[in-house]
Design a protein around this ligand. Structure first.
Ligand code: SF4
Length: 266
């Protein structure tokens, strides 16, 4: 599938929940956000139908996101069903790592290839203040479990204010180097204001080369993170939703006034 700017669409990010067990300051308010109702959330069958269609039409890379995907009940079963779909070359999941200690091995056994883990600081006090409720030891244990389970490569997503030279970022980079992990720096983004930049050490945010679509947990197909455009796969049907999302995919991101990071999975 190509969009009108001749960009090949090969990557689908699938948010499986808007719920999270952390309250990161740059993602959601302390009190949390209004959660989607259970009936609004796509069932496993609906998610699989969308992924089947996407892969049949050229998507090769699937990433599971949230909220925090590991809080979705039955996530290991969903991963197993997705990994059975022929044609997926790159199957990853983005997590805050706090539950990974118990899920890494079952996810790897279910067919997941790799994980991206959020880690913005190694200082327990700083980590707690950024996540409001997080305990960094659970994340470190989760990283070790992912290494043990041979989920590869393991990439660490480190959110920065403006520069990888920031103290926390440097400590995370040193930690990743010592553990043989890849680090990517993501400057804090603002959906409403349209503030974003290319991921340092990754390809996110590079509009010229953008190859991705996003599926929200309640079934909206989004051609761009920094756009209000979205197409409901339940209302339009999967084929129509893809055709409109790709046909109207913007040349580059502007602003997004309708989504929150917590329900679009970044
Ligand atoms: S802002 Fe939109 S077009 Fe640009 S890289 Fe992100 S999703 Fe792609």
């Amino acid at each position: 599938m190509y969009d009108k700017f001749n960009r090949k669409i090969t990557y689908l990010r699938v948010s499986v929940t808007d719920r999270c067990n952390l309250r990161c300051t740059y993602c959601m308010p302390e009190c949390g956000v209004d959660l989607m109702s259970h009936k609004d959330i796509l069932s496993f069958e609906e998610i699989l139908e969308v992924i089947h269609f996407a892969v049949k039409n050229g998507v090769q890379k699937i990433r599971i996101t949230g909220g925090e995907p590991l809080v979705r009940r039955g996530i290991v079963d969903l991963v197993r069903m997705i990994s059975d779909i022929k044609g997926i070359r790159d199957f990853g999941l983005t997590t805050n790592g706090t539950l990974l200690d118990q899920f890494a091995k079952p996810l790897a056994d279910a067919g997941l290839h790799r994980v991206n883990i959020s880690l913005d600081s190694l200082d327990p006090v700083r980590y707690r203040s950024i996540t409001r409720i997080g305990d960094i030891t659970s994340v470190i244990h989760g990283i070790d479990a992912a290494i043990e389970a041979d989920l590869q490569p393991i990439k660490i997503n480190c959110v920065i204010k403006s520069s990888p030279m920031e103290e926390d970022a440097q400590a995370v980079a040193k930690f990743c180097h010592e553990k043989g992990l890849e680090v990517r720096f993501i400057k804090e983004m603002d959906l409403e204001a349209g503030h974003f930049s290319q991921v340092i050490g990754g390809d996110g945010g590079n509009c010229k080369m953008c190859n991705r679509l996003r599926l929200t947990a309640d079934g909206k197909l989004k051609p761009c993170l920094f756009s209000d455009l979205e197409f409901d796969v339940r209302e339009l049907g999967i084929e129509q939703a893809f055709s409109r999302a790709i046909g109207l995919k913007p040349k580059s991101g502007t602003e997004n006034k309708i989504n929150k990071f917590s329900n679009i999975g970044g």
